[in-house]
Ligand binder design. Structure first.
Ligand code: ADP
Ligand code: MG
Length: 488
């Protein structure tokens, strides 16, 4: 469904005309694994300083790395999830640099021969279009530790040192901050569906290095800057907007973009220089002599492929084809695994379109308004389903259901109990409704006469009767009785 040729990306207006933005993302995704990539040390988040450190992670002399097979399998799973080529032979290299939180003096990574090669991620945009973003590679590597600077001394925490990361490198196919945000959102969803990374950006399980350049339409790519370690989707978009504008202004002022590493400051919304960019040769990459090349059979890949879960694109297609949802609703519902799971649980055995309307309508609106996420919301999927059942079996009207929903959302509770306790059951007893109808007609004789010549005026009476019944009268019964009484 891609239409790379037709689409136009983000335009930055300069004094010399329009500029195009070019973006490529390098995403670091922490493998959801209990142990590190080359040691058995745990990876629990929030552990005390240096509690998750083995002798291997501390780079004690004579310690040897041993590859964690589970992490390898997660990389393969992820590769399959992004429609990529899996390389049956890959190589671990040492990337050499000095940093206090890197005790070995090198990071074990993959350079020329990564475990996963080219792939593609299809990204849905707000205007309903979709674009294919190419994936260059996915490789496995170790995370580094963390330094904290306090006054005249520094502290080193090696808990993260050696934790398994998947670095997922996109091609420079992204053409706007919106596309970059949508790509990251989609990639995170795929990782969460697969369960290979928890995608938690606040805890640092997912971070993006954002490469940005600008060019005049049709020109070759310009020089890029790399904005390091951006830790929210919103910040990625903001960093691109700022950086593209900065580069256009710089070039138009007669300057040149330096290929450098920059930092995004969320407080100012600006990027600033961190250091000039290293080239690959600065790292003196070479194959790690402690590790054999990583090799496995195609049968390993096939077995993992057989056990892949349904991914967002497939789920979306199924929601459209089998459940009859609109492409928009289906897209919104699958965009987070949590939402898709919620919807599917609520829709089981019910009209999927009605459940989709309640989920994307009332529920999303309430979540947006309160700033809550689905996981800390009072309304469970089962309870939303039960509420919808009460409308379907005429226990309550759709209007009353909205009130019940509000109570469920605010205070929690089962819809049937709330309806019972508050006496919200729909009045279907026709004699009761008739009494109200008679009263309203008696109070408004002029309007009643009007209905004879203007049948549409009956709508006003429906409203009055519903109001007089506190919204509890069955609207169908109200309509029938009014028709019978007013039109005869
Ligand atoms: P490095 O390790 O030097 O950062 P990588 O190959 O790992 O190089 O990553 C390069 C990243 O930069 C990729 O995501 C790629 O899409 C992106 N990129 C390359 N050239 C450009 C460019 N001219 N403008 C924007 N992004 C670019
Ligand atoms: Mg890089």
């Amino acid at each position: 469904m891609s239409n790379m040729q037709e689409r136009r990306g983000q335009v930055i207006q300069g004094v010399t005309g329009d500029w195009e933005v070019v973006v490529g993302l390098e995403v670091h995704a922490q493998v959801a694994s209990n142990a590190k990539l080359f040691s058995g040390a745990p990876t629990t988040f929030g552990a005390g300083p240096n509690e998750n450190v083995s002798l291997v992670d501390a780079a004690m002399p004579g310690m040897l790395p041993v590859i964690n097979q589970f992490c390898v399998e997660q990389a393969i799973r992820t590769g399959l999830g992004i429609n990529a080529k899996i390389n049956l032979k890959s190589v671990f290299d040492r990337k050499n640099y000095f940093y206090p939180d890197l005790p070995a003096g090198y990071q074990i990574s993959q350079y020329k021969d990564p475990i996963v090669g080219e792939g593609v991620v299809t990204v849905d945009l707000a205007d309903g279009q979709s674009v294919d973003i190419g994936i260059e590679r996915l490789h496995l590597e170790q995370d580094a530790g963390k330094s904290t600077h306090e006054g005249d001394h520094s502290l080193v925490d090696l808990n993260r040192a050696g934790v398994a990361l998947m670095e997922i490198v996109s091609k420079p196919d992204i053409r706007s901050s919106e596309e970059a945000a949508a790509y990251l959102q989609k990639l995170r969803a795929i990782l969460r569906y697969l369960g290979t990374c928890d995608g938690n950006m606040e805890e640092g399980s997912l971070r993006a290095d954002v490469n940005v350049s600008v060019r005049k339409s049709g020109d070759p790519f310009g020089t890029r800057c790399e904005i390091k370690n951006v830790n929210s989707i919103r910040f990625v978009a903001a960093a691109i907007d700022y950086e593209a504008r900065r580069q256009v202004d710089l070039i138009e002022d007669g300057g040149e973009v330096d290929q450098e590493t920059r930092l995004f400051d969320p407080n100012t919304g600006k990027t600033r220089t961190m250091r000039s960019k290293e080239d690959a040769h600065d790292y003196r990459y070479f194959p790690d002599p402690d590790l054999l090349p990583l090799e496995f059979d195609q049968s390993v890949v096939d077995e993992i492929a057989r056990n892949l879960p349904e991914l967002p694109d497939q789920k979306k297609a199924r929601f459209i084809e089998e459940l009859g949802l609109s492409a928009y609703d289906a897209g919104v519902l699958v965009s987070e695994k949590e939402t898709a799971d919620f919807f599917e649980e609520a829709a089981a055995g019910r009209d999927p379109k009605i459940v989709a309307n309640w989920t994307t309508g009332e529920l999303f609106a309430a979540l947006n308004k309160s700033g809550q996420s689905l996981s800390d919301c009072n309304v469970s999927a089962k309870q939303l389903g039960a509420l919808i059942d009460l409308i379907a079996d005429d226990t309550i009207s759709g209007r009353i259901a909205k009130d019940v929903f509000e109570i469920m959302f605010e205070k929690g509770g089962n819809p049937a109990e709330i309806v019972e306790e508050r006496g919200l059951k729909q009045v279907t007893d026709t004699s009761e409704i008739e009494a109200i109808v008679d009263q309203v007609i008696a109070n408004n004789p002029d309007k009643a006469a009007e209905v004879k010549t203007k049948p549409k005026a009956i709508g006003w009476f429906v409203g009055q009767v519903m109001q007089a019944s506190g919204g509890k009268a069955n609207p169908k019964a109200v309509n029938e009785i009014l028709k019978r009484k007013l039109e005869s």
